[in-house]
Design a protein. Structure first.
Length: 324
């Protein structure tokens, strides 16, 4: 027998999701809900025993109630289907999830403090430890957090530590910036060795770090949230444990819309020239592309008006404008 866990994080639901849009344009919001739904459906198909969300379920702290309901209805339904769901409140939720009656389901668990949730799944005893995102000085607070959690554990259970934090060695961005120091970075030496794995959100690039022979698993965000992530694969992890507590994990990639730069490099443009340049470049782009128009010389930026861009860029695409 084995248990199967689906681990995702940083879904940012509600991002660019307009409840009453002033004009009909394609928005990014549905992309995030689509991938979230795909993960839930995958969990059902593979008969997962548990779903863990590593934080930033929502895109910000204050979320309109209709969006809260759209999110929690999904979680309630999968919990009602029979799959327990564990959630870490992230920094985007200000370390506390919005209150809702949906979250009173007995199969929904979320960390409101330092806690250990105990499960027996497929005959395997499991401790899921965790805490809401610490947004101030986790570097110095983490050792005491670990000590307090250790008091709550059952000795021979499989142990997972769930959090929404940055660990030393995590890599982000197109320049592969690596976190090393700082009050908001957990030193790799402080990762406890009595856990089978550390499951963390917060870092948007999928990666696995190693500390004391313990994997620190970041699933990354479920969709590209910014052009800094345009070349990153997005997805989630499927993690299994057998009776001997042997662990296997596999990254499951999700389909994401392509992010493509249009570089406008001429020193002098007129409106006709900039229109032709854009149309020439987007001609072969996938129809669902997310485009960033990069104008090299700022003097030309006023030419990139919403009126012009809305008239030449297909409605199936999203666009944004920036300088170099």
């Amino acid at each position: 027998m084995e248990i199967k866990i689906i681990f995702l994080a940083d879904s940012h639901l509600g991002f660019d999701f307009k409840l009453r849009p002033k004009k009909e344009i394609r928005r990014r919001g549905p992309d995030f809900f689509t991938n979230f739904d795909k993960i839930i459906e995958y969990a059902k198909q593979v008969k997962a025993d548990l779903i863990i969300h590593g934080g930033d379920l929502f895109y910000r702290t204050r979320v309109p109630e209709p969006i809260i309901d759209l999110v929690y209805e999904r979680i309630f339904k999968v919990a009602n289907y029979g799959i327990p769901v564990v959630i870490v409140p992230g920094n985007h939720e200000s370390s506390r999830l919005p209150v809702s009656l949906f979250m009173q389901h007995p199969n929904i668990f979320y960390f409101s403090k330092l806690q250990v949730f105990k499960f027996n799944l497929q005959g395997i005893s499991l401790d899921i430890a965790g805490f809401p995102c610490v947004r101030d000085d986790i570097r110095n607070k983490f050792p005491e957090i670990v000590r307090e959690l250790n008091k709550m554990h059952t000795q021979n259970n499989v142990k997972l530590l769930c959090m929404h934090q940055t660990v030393e060695g995590a890599v982000v961005g197109p320049s592969d910036y690596t976190f090393k120091f700082g009050k908001d970075v957990i030193p790799i030496k402080d990762i406890p060795s009595n856990y089978n794995a550390i499951l963390s959100g917060h870092i948007h690039r999928s990666q696995v770090l190693w500390a004391n022979q313990i994997p620190v698993i970041y699933p990354g965000s479920i969709e590209r949230t910014a052009f800094a992530e345009k070349d990153e694969k997005k997805g989630f992890y499927e993690i299994t444990f057998n009776q001997s507590a042997d662990m296997k994990y596999q990254f499951i990639e999700l389909a994401t819309r392509p992010m493509i730069d249009i570089e406008l490099n001429k020193e002098i443009y007129d409106q006709n020239q900039v229109e032709k340049d854009i149309l020439f470049q987007i001609n072969d782009f996938p129809k669902d592309s997310i485009i960033r128009l990069k104008m090299k010389y700022p003097v030309n930026l006023p030419l990139l008006t919403a009126k012009l861009l809305d008239s030449i860029i297909p409605q199936t695409m999203n666009y944004q404008v920036s300088g170099f």
